[in-house]
Design a protein around this ligand. Sequence first.
Ligand code: ADP
Ligand code: MG
Length: 275
Amino acid sequence: ETPLPLPQTTRVFTISNQKGGVGKTTTTVNLAAALSLSGAKVLVIDLDPQGNASTALGVEHRSDTPSVYDVIIGDVELGDVIQASPERGDLDCVPATIHLAGAEIELVSLVAREQRLRRALDEYLRSMDDPYDYVFIDCPPSLGLLTINAFVAASEVLIPIQCEYYALEGLSQLLKNIELIEKHLNPDLAVSTILLTMYDSRTNLANQVAQDVRDHFPQQVLDAIIPRSVRVSEAPSYGQSVIGYDPQSSGSLSYLEAAAEIARRGAPATQGGRH
Ligand code: ADP
Ligand code: MG
């Protein structure tokens, strides 16, 4: 809970990897909780119809709860669907409900279908007297229009990589897609951060994968590594981050470390301000 340096303007991250189960949601929720405990004002946007980030942050997301779906498809203002998380810091969440499952198809026929989230977010940030320091967008495990909306709304991509054999498979596809977005839709987008997750130090394989990823992406990979730990996977069932659930656990300490690195590194130098 040491105060960390705050960014000058809002840093908007999308947490992305088209593979499921690599730790996207867990990383979103725990980095958001860690940064908010360090004094930052943080918003999580749940863009996965599963609504796992909403659950983990203890935020209501029944089918009749106003949600990110209403913002993207229905032109409701972002500020009208934000809920405060019961986590200890200054942490808000835009919930996802089951309606979002249909959005992928409904978006196809809408005007400016790739920019819907960006417009809503920018408009809301501009209207705030004290804007968020960090916004984290939790993506579904696919490369459809919802994920494209997240890439267009963000300026930084954070890729969680699971320390296992198939880790690098699919990564080149993801990077190619990000390049396409950068070229055609969002020139400000950069892969700023890679986080190694579910690390088991007892296996040579995990060590090998971690080393491979560091060799490929020396600038982006954080020093902090998230260990595989039961406490991390238990926390969401209590509607809590692992930092709230078991502050001294290895998972909690490593997410706090990762958050500190992200705050101290700051945004990539090439980026303009957001609001
Ligand atoms: P994604 O959002 O990429 O699908 P999740 O964050 O939901 O991935 O993680 C997938 C599963 O792995 C969840 O059950 C989660 O609780 C568990 N998990 C994530 N990180 C860890 C970890 N460091 N240690 C143990 N289990 C983890
Ligand atoms: Mg998820």
